[in-house]
Design a protein around this ligand. Structure first.
Ligand SMILES: [Zn+2]
Length: 246
């Protein structure tokens, strides 16, 4: 296999120190999914990459692809550095959780350009809201996760019982069945509040900028529904959607 140059946009999901001066990056790209790359000499003060190979940077990046799965960064330009986000602890924490969720749920090189766009919108939104103390961190984080589920083909069934198709008396949520369940099918499910049900339907139907809100108890159920769906159907576990200081 010959080596070649790859040019793509990418968001830096993670950046880990490696050796004396290098970094290993986990990148999310529109056309190649999640890729790992090494940036050499990036921690030297006069590195040509400057400080832009840090988490949450949106870049136009050049990579060298050889025989290894690890690509080599040969160039990078900033598309958006999300500078405001970097000065706000809560926004940084939310960005880290969003990037972690994308990295875990979409860990292969299978392309999901919709997920890339969603992540870019999420980071821009956090950047816009940084410093103004947005109050709905957990609701916004859960709305984002629901959209990731949709992109992964795992959106919970919400319109009818996921086991029998009944449209009335939808009282529970079953991760195994993949959605809401009726009173007759509730074995193995947990009780789901109307408000949690409505939140999920609205979050899936609205843009991220217009994400719904809900009381904390309902959000707790939504988070549990997402976690159970992911455990059953993707064998993935995510960090809590929001930090305890929300
Ligand atoms: Zn049923």
């Amino acid at each position: 296999m010959s080596s070649r140059a790859v040019k793509t946009e990418a968001v830096v999901l993670r950046s880990m120190r490696y050796g004396e001066a290098d970094r290993i990056l986990q990148l999310y790209t529109p056309g190649r999914g999640r890729v790992s790359a090494i940036a050499k000499g990036v921690r030297r003060t006069r590195s040509r990459f400057g400080g832009r190979l840090e988490p949450f940077f949106r870049l136009r990046i050049e990579l060298h692809e050889g025989r290894s799965e690890l690509l080599t960064v040969t160039g990078a330009q900033t598309v958006d550095g999300h500078a405001r986000l970097r000065g706000d602890g809560r926004a940084l924490d939310a960005a880290a959780r969003a990037c972690d969720a994308v990295g875990r749920l979409f860990e292969t090189t299978e392309p999901h350009p919709g997920v890339y766009n969603l992540l870019c919108r999420k980071l821009s939104l956090l950047d816009e809201q940084a410093g103004i103390g947005a109050t709905a961190d957990r609701a916004a984080a859960l709305a984002f996760r629901l959209k990731l589920l949709l992109a992964a083909g795992l959106a919970p069934q919400l319109g009818a019982c996921a086991s029998c198709g009944e449209r009335e008396h939808l009282v529970g949520f079953s991760g195994a069945a993949g959605g809401v369940v009726c009173a007759a099918c509730e074995a193995g499910s947990f009780a789901l509040d109307q408000r949690a049900h409505l939140f999920m339907a609205e979050a899936l139907g609205r843009p991220l900028t217009d994400a719904p809100e809900a009381v904390d108890s309902a959000l707790g159920q939504v988070e549990r529904a997402i976690a159970m769906t992911l455990e059953h159907h993707a064998h993935v576990r995510l960090m809590p959607a929001a930090g305890s200081s929300r």
